[in-house]
Design a protein. Structure first.
Length: 285
């Protein structure tokens, strides 16, 4: 419990949240109404998402599933409020999702919840006013892992929960690739997979998005901080190489002075987020 608390505190220092005043760059920003929906129920446990309706553009809209971080063991959809609001203001129908957490729930539970969120959007596309074939996923840290899985693994199976574009911020893409020394000491990959002893390289490979990259993988953009204390650039660079080897579009942006996740009060982070929005627009237009 002490390790989990310490990890969440560190993540909070470098997460994807920002004050509504700082996110705007000038003055306060009106708070968009988030509409909570229980999109899944498993063994009596409800899993929730928040709907953010776009403030610009006309129906039907492209959609983006936003996935929080927290090392798969913590965090919530509320952590991504500013990111979700920013996307909705850019014309995307946005949903920020929860997923069931490790170590109580092991992989692939978290991925299955993310898949269910994409299927929810496709099932309700007409009433929500979205384009069912124009859905992206944008995740932070552990959420980057889940977002990339949505763009890769489903390319080899049913397309019902596959997305057409992926964004990963400070993401974890290869579970066999080490985190920083600070990141490793929290044992988050061990908690996700239920490892009790030495690393299980086979299971780690099975749980890694890079394993499933092929020509059908969704175009992906990676944002990485140069001073990230938890996740090293190699986690994104190995994914970029896999995508390019498969001749899939990949963009990599390393941001000076950025830690673990975007702080939208910083101009370089604001600019990085703007480039991510532009990328998603180009792929989901």
């Amino acid at each position: 419990m002490r390790q989990r608390t310490a990890l969440l505190a560190l993540l909070a220092l470098g997460g994807c949240s920002a004050s509504r005043e700082s996110a705007s760059g000038s003055g306060s920003v009106p708070i968009l109404a988030a509409e909570p929906v229980a999109f899944r129920s498993v063994d009596g446990e409800k899993v929730w998402l928040d709907l953010y309706r776009p403030t610009t553009g006309s129906r039907p809209h492209p959609a983006v599933v936003v996935i929080h971080g927290g090392g798969w063991i913590g965090g919530s959809r509320a952590d991504m409020t500013e990111i979700a609001e920013g996307l909705s203001k850019a014309g995307f129908f946005t949903v920020s999702i929860d997923y069931r957490l490790a170590p109580v729930h092991r992989h692939p539970t978290q991925f299955e919840d993310a898949q269910a969120a994409v299927r929810y959007l496709r099932t309700h596309a007409s009433e929500l006013g979205i384009k069912p074939n124009k859905i992206g996923a944008l995740g932070f840290s552990a959420g980057g892992h889940l977002s990339m899985l949505l763009g890769t693994r489903e390319g080899q199976g049913s397309p019902s929960s596959r997305v057409q574009a992926v964004g990963s911020i400070s993401g974890i893409h290869d579970l066999n690739e080490p985190l920083t020394s600070s990141g490793e000491r929290y044992g988050i990959v061990q908690a996700l997979l239920g490892e009790k002893g030495k690393p299980d390289k086979v299971r780690r490979k099975e749980g890694s998005p890079v394993t499933y990259v092929d020509a059908a993988t969704a175009p992906t953009m990676f944002i990485q901080g140069k001073i990230d204390p938890l996740v090293p650039p190699e986690q994104s660079l190995v994914a970029v190489k896999a995508l390019k080897d498969a001749k899939v579009k990949a963009q990599y942006l390393e941001v000076e002075g950025m830690g673990h996740g975007l702080q939208l009060s910083r101009k370089p982070d604001q600019e990085a987020f703007g480039k991510m929005v532009k990328f998603l627009h180009s792929e989901l237009k």
